[in-house]
Structures are given as structure tokens and as C-alpha cells.
Design a protein around this ligand. Structure first.
Ligand SMILES: C[S@@+](CC[C@H](N)C(=O)[O-])C[C@H]1O[C@@H](n2cnc3c(N)ncnc32)[C@H](O)[C@@H]1O
Length: 274
């Protein structure tokens, strides 16, 4: 096992043709990997993994060569072209490659580009869906994205550019659906502005859920007009949730309190593994 040069020849025993699996690793906790993800990782020769993966779990599961291709503080990530090239070259050398990505490979994960690159190169590949943080982070914080009589739809949008927000928000009626915004912690004030510009009410229940499924899980709830002043831990990964369903977390807290279930920390409900 090494995280040096992934191009080192490491042919599959018996000279079998190589293969690439684009695998979703869920929000962070390896318990949320799919059974197929675990099997493919344990059988792999090479794993190319992203920043949000639990590396200790990875090491415990596989003798594969591990190669980090994600973003790390102060260091540029490996560019997409290079990742595609590494996967293709390793597979053509007969290696079983797992491209392990946070959440689901096809939700803001560039998995579609990787799939097309593999298909164009004639490399055998498969896609293994993962648990997306868009759904898992609110879920682990006790916030269902749909709830009978409250919300019957949700939209998931990238928050790092006003254009992507405007495109999605102009397609829905204000306060009629649940909105989940990813990649928007730093730009949350701009997200709030865009929601107001599209007619969303300042009192709309809102939440920020960071580092879901990890020991650093952190949740804030309040109103949309307070969301910009939520103070998430520096460097955390998190999602914003805007909509009436956020209130269900308070109902959950009340139900747990009535049963004397512990509530850990301010606004943090002990729920699931949080
Ligand atoms: C580049 S996107 C990748 C999304 C991923 N493909 C998925 O399906 O979850 C990264 C964003 O995912 C969210 N994210 C990742 N891990 C998270 C976690 N453990 N808790 C909350 N949000 C998380 C954050 O919004 C972060 O900016």
C-alpha cells in the first residue's frame, strides 16, 4: 500500500483486463458505504480517493495502492484531466481501479465526466451510487427533505455561483419546496440574498449541517434572515437547508426530551450517530 505513484505497474493476477469502478463513499462515516463499495475497495489494486474519505477505514479494508487526488488545505487538487488519465492508464495495464468519491459520484462530483472519459477510452467501468450528503446530512440531523403535508419536493443546488442558484430558484415557487444548497458555507450570505430576490420569506426555517456522519458533526437551525450569521466551524464541509421541514428537527427534539433522551450541545439533537 502506498500513496506515491499510481502508475507503478501492478498487473491484476492472471492478466485479467483492468476495470474502473466510480464509487460513492457517502458523507464520511464508512458505515454508510454500500456493500458493493466495500467489496470493490477490498478487491482493488489501486484506489484514487478524495479529501472527504476516511483514510484509516480505507487502509483497514484493502491492500490496494492508495492515491489521494482530492483538495487538501493549502494544496491544489489533482486536475480532472490527470485523474482521467491515471484511471485509464492503470486500467489499461490490467489493474482494478476504484475511483472513490464523496457522497454520490453523480451529485456535484464530476462522476459524469469521468464515466464519459472511460467510455471514450474503451475502458471497462461501472458506477456504484453512494449516499449523497444532500440527503444524508439533513437526514442525520433529523430533517427529512420531504414530509407529508409540509413539503413534497426538494431541489439540490450548488451555491458557489449566483447563476446556478438563479437557474434553480426561478424554476420553483418561493417557500413551496425544500432547498438544499451545497458548496455554499462561505457564500451563505449571497445565497440568502438570492433567496430573498426570488421572494423567499425571512422567517423561513433554515439549517446548516456540517461534517454529517463524522465525530465533528455540527448543526445550526434558525430563520433564513439569520442564516448568514450562523457560525460554522472553520474549514467544515456543510449543506444549507431552507424550508418548513427544518421545523421537524425541533419536533424531534421535543419528542426526545419528553422521553428524557439526551440532547448533546446547544441545538444538537442526539440522533443516529450524531
Ligand atoms: C463537491 S461537492 C460533492 C458532493 C458529493 N458528491 C455528494 O453527493 O454529497 C462537496 C459538498 O458536499 C457537501 N458535503 C460533503 N461532505 C459533507 C458532510 N459530511 N456533511 C455535510 N456536507 C457535506 C458540502 O456542501 C460540500 O461543499
Amino acid at each position: 500500500m502506498s500513496d506515491t505513484d499510481p502508475a507503478t505497474p501492478f498487473p491484476t493476477p492472471g492478466g485479467a483486463p483492468g476495470h474502473v469502478a466510480l464509487v460513492g463513499a457517502g458523507p464520511g462515516d464508512p458505515d454508510l458505504w454500500t456493500v458493493r463499495a466495500v467489496r470493490l475497495v477490498s478487491e482493488a489494486d489501486l484506489v484514487l480517493y478524495d479529501a472527504l474519505t476516511d483514510v484509516d477505514a480505507l487502509r483497514g479494508l484493502t491492500a490496494a495502492q492508495l492515491f489521494f487526488v482530492g483538495k487538501r488545505a493549502g494544496r491544489a487538487s489533482v486536475d480532472q484531466e490527470t485523474i482521467n488519465r491515471l484511471m485509464i492508464r492503470a486500467a489499461k495495464r490490467g489493474r482494478r481501479v476504484v475511483r472513490l468519491k464523496g457522497g454520490d459520484p453523480f451529485v456535484f462530483g464530476r462522476g459524469g465526466e469521468e464515466m464519459l472519459a472511460l467510455a471514450s477510452a474503451g475502458v471497462s467501468f461501472e458506477v456504484v451510487p453512494g449516499v449523497t450528503t444532500a440527503v444524508a446530512a439533513p437526514g442525520l440531523a433529523g430533517i427529512p427533505l420531504t414530509h407529508r403535508g409540509v413539503s413534497s419536493a426538494f431541489v439540490v443546488v450548488a451555491g458557489h455561483s449566483p447563476e446556478s442558484l438563479d437557474g434553480a430558484l426561478s424554476a420553483v415557487r418561493p417557500n413551496a419546496v425544500t432547498v438544499v444548497v451545497m458548496m455554499a458555507l462561505a457564500g451563505r450570505a449571497a445565497v440568502v440574498d438570492r433567496l430573498f430576490a426570488h421572494g423567499w420569506a425571512g422567517k423561513t426555517p433554515s439549517a446548516v449541517v456540517c461534517e454529517a456522519s463524522t465525530p465533528d458533526a455540527w448543526t445550526w437551525t434558525g430563520r433564513l434572515d439569520e442564516l448568514a450569521s450562523a457560525d460554522p466551524p472553520p474549514g467544515a464541509a456543510g449543506v444549507l437547508i431552507i424550508g418548513e421541514v427544518v421545523e421537524i428537527r425541533a419536533s424531534l427534539a421535543a419528542a426526545l426530551a419528553a422521553r428524557r433522551e439526551p440532547i448533546r450541545g446547544e441545538g444538537e439533537v442526539k440522533y443516529g450517530r450524531n
